[in-house]
Write a protein that binds this ligand. Structure first.
Ligand SMILES: *Cc1c(COP(=O)(O)O)cnc(C)c1O
Length: 751
């Protein structure tokens, strides 16, 4: 397999017709004759952005001229520049070879701290260019060869050695596609390598995911080292599956489990699959619709015991709770102090499971301290095992569905890998996708220090720059007359002007108005700055509606038509993330698009002009202005006091009438009844009911509908009828369109 990584030469004479220009070009030619590409530049311009070349290069050759050492002052300057260059590179990459190239200067002129980062000193005229080229190319190849982690290495070798296969998949390395025109298109689109690398688990030399052998196992061990855990398992069906594996490895029917009410639906599926009895911990919520942390007092063991004692099904159950599952990084970026939770519950609950689908980056930067589950120098529990499940594909460089399970053993309780693997097998396809395994492998290798730290630092610092840019725009508008407005980014009020701040600035402190979560315990929660919730005007943190309002759904529709897709949208807020894939261009475009929106809103531009695609699908809005539409929807939200309604609905007491697994089982036996929403109060749902936004399950199989939830569903029905194109999607709701063309909504309830 041949990869393209040029040798980068930085020499101000690279294009000059003088002796040193001729000399360096002779070396470049000799390197090319050895089969490597050369990229010659005369200066590096902006150092920080040039240093990004480290990801594309195989070697750097940096020339130092005699002239640069003509006086002591000039020499100091040259050394300072050299040091700056070397340290910028080493910040991100400790291994890439760097050579110095000079006429008469020698290592004597270079200070030790710089010298020790170099792989060699090239003296022009002392050896032939061909000889020097061979030694440069040797270093380059050794470096490139050191890069691939075990599984990716084995897979590239396998795909390139051209052996014929008789095993599945049936497309035989892509050949099947070539026999049909549409297949040809598929082949051309994805390319040869993707298809050659799509192999099956009969290939011995790649090892087995299902029993963790060979290169797969070596990669899992490598990732365990990088993430600083005792065991690490790659999962190729997403964290949805990772969560179910963790649960099935430790929860049996009738067991009590302690669960964050604000959890991903895969956890609720795990509750149904295992037949567990869930006892929920309730998070706070503010009126923006942002879900806050579960207060520290909820985690107190006395409180948990009290909840169990009051639970209709849990109270008679014997034994201690099997698992605690917490959404670590809530959907809006709130984190918990894991050591505080361990201190409270070690030995009380067997397994402490942190669903870190959105937090795989935290282990790689000191900024996050104890606010993630597993990492370097983190103390073990005495009795409880700590699990973290992470979606590699959400914030790191994994393909969709790339996920991993991390385990930290307790002092007195070690993971039994054989037992655990039975649960792993239960949920893992016998034909795992090898590209996903390779991406798990590579995503982990990318996070190796110092590169991983630099990547996370960059996300944090871009996220902060975005917040500062948004604030500056706001300040400028505030200076204008007649009630101008701008968007806010949710977060602490005092934000420093420069750099990455101390963690303390991001802590959620008791009673602060910006978060609106009330009296939170000290040192228990922080906000991850890379998760940015953007607040649109119209609603304040107390749930009071303003005169003017700009529902977020309209802003996100507008952004989508301009090529900016956001992660999640609430009533007056939407959410974006600064993953390690973020670029300055991306977030600056967000700022300018929001400016555009403001401009179009202030001018009340007609929708046919600013949302043409949307209007084509929904002609009802053809002649409506952007501001008028905002006004109309805002008025409805306001009249119905929707912010309070949704907050109360999520915080309302959910009464379990059956075990979730029993209620769900009624579906299989069709012992259910389709109930219209007006008749739902008091009925027991057999399905999961999840409104989008925000995508957090509202009612779980076995729970009874209360009046608040019914009121919300009636509101959603009315709203959907009035504002086609802005429908609230509620999973679990069955829609039937009657002969009169009207939609009716039902929920499958226990008969
Ligand atoms: C996305 C998500 C999951 C599921 O992860 P997938 O990789 O999409 O299967 C689990 N938990 C939380 C909190 C999530 O946000």
């Amino acid at each position: 397999m041949k990869f393209r990584f040029p040798v980068v030469i930085i020499d101000e004479d690279f294009r000059s017709e003088n002796a040193s220009g001729l000399g360096i070009r002779a070396l470049a030619d000799a390197i090319e004759a050895e089969g490597m590409e050369v990229l010659g530049v005369t200066s590096y311009g902006d150092l920080a952005s040039f240093a990004q070349q480290q990801s594309r290069a195989s070697v750097f050759i940096l020339s130092i001229d005699d002239e640069e050492f003509s006086s002591p002052a000039a020499a100091d300057k040259a050394i300072a520049e050299l040091r700056a260059f070397v340290s910028e590179i080493r910040l991100r990459n400790s291994e890439i070879p760097i050579f110095l190239h000079g006429e008469t200067r020698t290592s004597r002129h270079i200070p030790n701290d710089v010298l020790r980062e170099l792989h060699g000193f090239i003296h022009m005229y002392e050896d032939t260019p061909e000889f020097i080229a061979r030694s440069v190319v040797r270093e380059a190849k050794a470096y490139l060869d050191s890069l691939p982690p075990p599984f990716f290495r084995a897979l590239t070798h396998y795909a390139s050695d051209g052996s014929y296969s008789w095993h599945c998949p049936g497309h035989s390395g892509g050949v099947a596609f070539l026999k049909s025109p549409v297949g040809q298109m598929f082949h051309q689109f994805f390319g040869e390598n993707m298809l050659r690398a799509d192999v099956c688990n009969a290939v011995e030399e790649l090892g087995q995911l299902l029993d963790h052998t060979g290169p797969v196992a070596a990669s899992e061990r490598n990732a365990a080292r990088i993430f600083n855990c005792d065991h690490l398992y790659f999962v190729t069906n997403g964290t949805s599956t990772s969560n179910k594996i963790v649960w099935h490895s430790t929860v049996a029917p009738g067991d009590i489990v302690i669960v964050d009410r604000n959890c991903h639906k895969s956890i609720l599926h795990a509750i149904m699959m295992t037949g567990a009895i869930p006892v929920f911990l309730m998070p706070t919520r503010n009126h923006y619709g942002i879900i806050g942390p579960i207060p520290k007092s909820e985690f107190a063991w006395e409180n948990i015991q009290k909840k169990i004692a009051a639970h209709p099904f849990a109270k008679d159950s014997q034994g201690k709770p099997r698992v605690l599952t917490i959404t670590q990084s809530t959907y809006d970026g709130v984190l918990y102090n894991v050591e505080a939770i361990k201190a409270e519950l070690d030995g009380k609950i067997d397994t402490l499971h942190f669903d870190e689908a959105w937090l795989p980056h935290a282990a790689f930067h000191d900024f996050y301290g104890d606010y993630h589950a597993i990492g370097e120098d983190r103390p073990r529990c005495q009795q409880s095992m700590v699990f973290s499940t992470q979606s590699t594909h959400k914030l790191l460089a994994g393909l969709s569905q790339a996920s991993q399970i991390l385990v930290q053993d307790a002092e007195n309780n070690k993971l039994d890998r054989d037992v655990f693997n039975e649960a792993y097998l239960m949920h893992t396809s016998t034909s795992p996708q090898y590209s996903i395994i390779a991406s798990c492998d590579v995503a982990a290798a990318m996070m190796e220090a110092p590169g991983g730290t630099a990547l996370v630092e960059e996300s944090i610092s871009e996220a902060l720059d975005f917040r500062r840019a948004m604030r500056k725009v706001g300040e400028e508008w505030a200076g204008e007359a007649n009630g101008h407005w701008w968007f806010k980014v949710w977060g602490p009020d005092d934000l420093s002007e420069e750099g990455i701040e101390e963690r303390d600035a991001w802590m959620l402190k008791a009673g602060e108005r910006w978060h609106g979560f009330g009296d939170l315990a000290e040192g228990f929660n922080m906000l991850d700055p890379i998760k940015a919730t953007i607040i649109t005007p119209g609603l304040d943190v107390d749930g009071e509606f303003a005169e003017r309002g700009i529902p977020a759904a309209i802003v996100t529709k507008y952004l989508a038509e301009h090529g900016v897709i956001v992660e999640k949208c609430g009533l007056y807020s939407f959410f974006i993330m600064f993953t390690i894939g973020i670029t300055k261009g991306r977030w600056n475009t967000m700022v300018t698009e929001l400016q555009q929106f403001k401009d179009d809103y202030d001018k009340n531009q007609p929708l046919w002009r600013v949302l043409p695609e949307f209007v084509a699908k929904n002609p009802r809005y053809e002649r409506v202005g952007l501001r008028d539409l905002c006004k109309e929807i805002h008025a409805v939200y306001r009249a119905k006091d929707v912010a309070r309604l949704t907050t109360e609905m999520y915080l309302s007491d959910m009464v379990p009438a059956m075990r979730p697994a029993d209620a769900f089982a009624k579906m299989a036996h069709r012992e259910i009844e389709r109930v219209a929403i007006d008749q739902l109060e008091g009925r027991i749902t057999s399905v999961l009911l999840t409104p989008y936004p925000p995508g957090i399950p509202l009612l779980i199989p076995g729970e009874r509908f209360n009046a608040t939830i019914v009121q919300y569903l009636q509101f959603a029905r009315e709203f959907n009828e009035r504002f086609p194109g802005f429908e609230t999607d509620i999973h679990g709701l069955v829609k039937e369109v009657g002969e009169d063309g009207k939609s009716r909504y039902f929920v499958d309830c226990v008969r």
